[in-house]
Design a protein around this ligand. Structure first.
Ligand SMILES: C[S@@+](CC[C@H](N)C(=O)[O-])C[C@H]1O[C@@H](n2cnc3c(N)ncnc32)[C@H](O)[C@@H]1O
Length: 178
């Protein structure tokens, strides 16, 4: 009985002491996009893009490579590269690649902020608006001037798109930037 009371007091004082930090973490969600893949409705919209098969495409935060598999299959693109930090996404990608062997797709577990963007003709992003705002300047400064950025669902904070694709509700859903 005494042990139970002491344990209860310790737990209550621990929660009391750290409640500020716990609530702060709960109320302020991470800016970093979670591991969520592009949905079929997004991919269907991107079928309207005109991408040549010789193009080189990079997915910043590629998850398990779903969007890259779409680009590779839809436009027959030979150089599809992606980087993601999420361990589970990478493991899932490795299993898929073991079964289907996507020879045109290369994915690495790596922070995309350390990647040389200059080589790519297209950069695909499906990230939270808050994370897009954080990387906007870095992205535009380090990409090649002709590289086209394809942003799924979210707009940049500062720059205006040169084109977009609307969804069935007539709302802009895919944004294209230079
Ligand atoms: C919404 S998912 C998009 C997945 C994929 N692009 C798709 O469309 O199917 C965003 C991904 O970005 C990854 N990510 C966020 N910041 C990153 C960073 N600095 N370096 C690498 N990956 C990152 C997350 O781990 C997450 O899997």
């Amino acid at each position: 009985m005494i042990v139970a009371i002491i344990t209860l007091i310790l737990v209550v004082s621990f929660v009391w002491t750290f409640s500020f930090f716990i609530f702060k973490a709960l109320l302020k969600p991470s800016k970093i996009a979670p591991y969520v893949w592009s949905f079929k409705r997004h991919l269907d919209l991107m079928k309207k893009l005109e991408i040549k098969k010789w193009a080189k495409i990079l997915d910043l935060g590629c998850g398990d490579g779903k969007a890259l598999r779409f680009f590779s299959q839809q436009f027959n693109i030979k150089s599809c590269h992606g980087y993601d930090l999420n361990f589970y996404a990478i493991i899932y990608w490795k299993i898929l690649n073991l079964i289907y062997w996507h020879k045109n797709i290369k994915i690495k577990q790596w922070n995309f902020l350390k990647v040389d963007l200059n080589w790519y003709d297209y950069i695909y992003v499906y990230l939270r608006a808050s994370q897009l705002a954080d990387i906007e300047d870095w992205l535009r400064k380090n990409k090649n001037k002709d590289t086209i950025i394809i942003s799924n669902s979210f707009e940049f904070a500062k720059h205006k798109e040169f084109d977009s694709i609307k969804n069935f509700k007539d709302k802009k859903s895919i944004f294209l930037y230079k």
